[in-house]
Ligand binder design. Structure first.
Ligand code: GLN
Length: 488
């Protein structure tokens, strides 16, 4: 089986590692080789960390040999989105601004994964500062979709999604501010989970929009998503927005049983703009859940949905404009020093260090927050945010989960939307409301349209990732979409 070790899921690998039928070093070598080949085609990685991975694999093997303190992720090769700080390993955020930035500390999720026995094969490509839905906004060039290299993998966690789909790692971390885990997961035919806001520490996650950002797992199946969430979830005193909420046993949530569960299908998510193949795949998936015994209401409604995108494109850029003020050429990364004054240096640093989309967001946000416009835009958007959140709260009185498409279309072509920001922004109409309300949601493979993967979104109550996982798991066990792999 040697060569095909990279095809394993994390939980399959864990079993072989625990039985010592395979070593982490063998597994890691196989994955590194695969990652290198895949990267040549897909540009999924900004940095491959070969030596580090081999060293971590050796350590994991010692730990497995001792047999003490072994977790399901001990010695399992992973890829990390390049927006998450890794001590001693450059963390670029897909930006020229941080091209040579080497963090002096690990993000909390990395500390936790290391404690569990992390083997990191590399840092993955992404839209610059996580702004985008296609991976095309990276300073390091676009990532390609392993299902069709003329198409985008989705974004902003473009490299993590492509790497998991291409078996260039066994699992990955992404970050999701408006859909950046779920949308690329859907477009690449893998599983992606955005946890409840506050479930996973943001300490060491380079900030885009602090009230929306969450880190989450991107995996080959639902079981792996539960395993990874188990390790990264939990309160962290280093992040004041991380919630002091108990973390349940997610593996225990993996029962293929949805009998009597109440599922709402908000009609605003199934209407205009949803491509026919996506609609068919998602409808069939929901019918499957009904056959499994769930009580499906096809007429649920979240009437404020049409305002979510506009609300997001005020709030997220506003927060971004504040968060990105720190890149002034003095404290971090790229620095222009040829100017006649400090002010010129600062201006040129930002002019040359940031790409077009990042500058667009900074301008949008600065405008929305400026005196005279604050009430009309930012304050109004915050009110709409409250409305959206309340609508979800009301819906969760009646339903245990809501189920929708993840993306209105399957993967689009490279270059297709890059000149038209509004079309690009519309890729996230169904994922953005979930971030606005701070809810947990998963993308799980549910079929194909035009030969390209389609994702089903399951949205849950705050801190009820367990039910989200259960529904996704029940569906997964009743289908075999997650076993399909792109051409080698
Ligand atoms: N595509 C959305 C944006 O560009 C969401 C990005 C994200 O979730 N990080 O803002």
């Amino acid at each position: 089986m040697g060569e095909d070790l990279f095809r394993l899921t994390a939980h399959e690998a864990a079993r072989l590692l625990a039985r010592r039928e395979v070593s982490s070093l063998e597994l890691t070598r196989a994955v590194l080789e695969r990652a290198q080949q895949a990267d040549a085609r897909l540009n999924a990685f900004v940095t491959l960390t070969r030596e580090l991975a081999l060293e971590q694999a050796r350590q994991a093997d010692e730990r497995l040999a001792r047999g003490d303190d072994v977790t399901p992720l001990t010695g399992v090769p992973a890829a990390i989105k390049d927006v998450i700080c890794t001590q001693g390993v450059r963390t670029t955020c897909g930006s020229r601004m941080l091209e040579n930035f080497i963090p002096p500390y690990d993000a909390t999720v990395i500390v936790r994964l290391k404690r569990a026995g992390l083997v990191m094969v590399g840092k993955t490509n992404m839209d610059e500062f996580a702004m985008g839905s296609s991976g095309e906004n990276s300073y390091f060039g676009p990532t390609r979709n392993p299902w069709d290299e003329s198409r985008v993998p989705g974004g902003s966690s473009s490299g993590s999604a492509a790497a998991v789909a291409a078996d260039a790692c066994l699992y990955a971390l992404g970050s999701d501010t408006g859909g950046s885990i779920r949308q690329p997961a859907a477009l690449c035919g893998i599983v992606g989970l955005k946890p409840t806001y506050g479930r996973v520490s943001r300490y060491g996650l380079v900030a885009f929009a602090s009230s929306l950002d969450q880190i989450g797992p991107m995996t080959k199946d639902v079981t792996d998503a539960a395993l990874v969430l188990q390790v990264i979830a939990g309160h962290d005193p280093n992040d004041s927005t991380s919630a002091p909420v108990e973390v349940p046993d997610y593996a225990a949530a993996l029962v293929p049983d949805v009998k009597g569960l109440r599922i709402g299908v908000p009609r605003e998510y199934m209407g205009e703009g949803v491509e026919e193949g996506v609609r068919q795949a998602v409808t069939a998936a929901i019918q499957r859940l009904a056959e499994l015994g769930a009580r499906v209401d096809w007429e649920a409604s979240l009437p404020s949905t049409p305002y979510a995108l506009a609300c997001y494109y005020i709030i997220a850029p506003s927060e971004a404009s504040a968060n990105l003020a720190r890149y002034d050429g003095v404290k971090y990364g790229y620095s222009y020093t040829e100017g006649a004054s400090m002010w010129e240096n600062m201006e040129r640093t930002r002019q040359f260090g940031f790409g077009a989309e990042v500058k667009r967001r900074i301008m949008l946000g600065t405008y929305a927050l400026s005196a005279g416009y604050y009430d009309a835009y930012y304050l109004k958007a915050q009110r709409v945010r409250t409305l959206i959140r309340r609508e979800f709260e009301a819906a969760f009185q009646r339903y245990d989960v809501l189920v929708t498409p993840v993306s209105p279309t399957p993967a689009f072509r490279l270059g297709e939307k890059i000149e038209d920001p509004l079309q690009m922004y519309l890729s996230d109409v169904f994922t953005i409301p979930v971030n606005i309300a701070g809810l947990p949601a998963i993308s799980v493979p549910c079929g194909f349209s035009q030969g390209l993967p389609v994702g089903l979104q399951v949205i849950g109550r705050p801190f009820d990732e367990a039910t989200v996982l259960r529904v996704a798991y029940a569906y997964e066990q009743a289908s075999d979409w997650h076993r399909r792999r792109p051409p080698p």
